[in-house]
Design a protein around this ligand. Structure first.
Ligand code: CA
Length: 233
């Protein structure tokens, strides 16, 4: 899962990035509306954390522009993604600001300062909604995957996953039925500034298969990986 933090306060952005990286998200940061639009146009993000008061404009302008992008046709990836989940975070706690943000298409609203655990819970809700699933626990065969608690059991036995393994699994699940190529998965896993070993993705998939069984993640040779849509509960 790849997250864009749009925030001009370097301290807040750095703190958020550290928390989210620790939780296994790939994180990028933009400090202005212009930078954020460039990042959203270049890379496939899964979620945006958006500050409203930015040096070159208001975050709500970015949100409005994003929501007005034409939707992608089936099988296409259009950037920026008009339906990208957006959580507004701002010090403004006036009711009219909150209403305006939600009316412009924000998925949720957090008033600073907020608890990092609450932020992550709300991010999971937004990501769950965007994947079109209401059930927070994923059941596939003998697997039970709970993204909120970060727990997996296989035939009732707990399975430990590392942060990047979670990220691979959730990216594939979020896009189930659709093949994600290497580049797309690597973009989902690693931020601009993170080093990437050439076989890192294969290693994560190998570990996931060893831990979760061979049946879940399919390979399309020379292209990428997918989880079949029939795996949906
Ligand atoms: Ca600000």
């Amino acid at each position: 899962m790849r997250v864009l933090i749009v925030e001009d306060d370097a301290g807040i952005a750095g703190g958020l990035a550290a928390v989210l990286k620790g939780a296994g998200y790939a994180v990028d940061h933009s400090a202005t509306v212009a930078q954020a639009w460039a990042a959203l146009s270049a890379e496939p993000f899964d979620l945006v954390l958006l500050d409203l008061g930015l040096p070159d404009g208001d975050g709500s302008q970015l949100l409005q522009r994003l929501r007005r992008q034409p939707p992608a046709t089936a099988g296409q990836v259009r950037l920026p993604r008009p339906d990208l989940p957006v959580l507004i975070m701002t010090a403004r706690d006036a009711v009219h600001d909150r209403i305006a943000g939600l009316d412009l298409g924000a998925d949720d609203y957090l008033v600073k300062p907020f608890d990092p655990n609450e932020l992550q819970a709300r991010m999971r809700v937004a990501l769950r909604r965007s994947a079109g699933r209401a059930d927070p626990v994923i059941h596939i065969g003998e697997l039970e995957i709970d993204p909120a608690r970060r727990t997996v059991t296989r035939a009732g036995q707990p399975v430990a996953l590392r942060a990047k393994e979670w990220a691979v699994l959730l990216s594939l699940w979020q896009a189930r039925g659709q093949v994600l190529d290497r580049t797309r998965l690597e973009q989902a896993l690693y931020g601009f500034d993170e080093g990437l070993e050439s076989n890192a993705l294969e290693v994560h998939v190998h570990h996931l298969r060893r831990k979760l069984g061979d049946g879940l993640i399919k390979t399309v040779r020379g292209v990428g990986y997918f989880i079949p849509r029939e795996s949906a509960p």
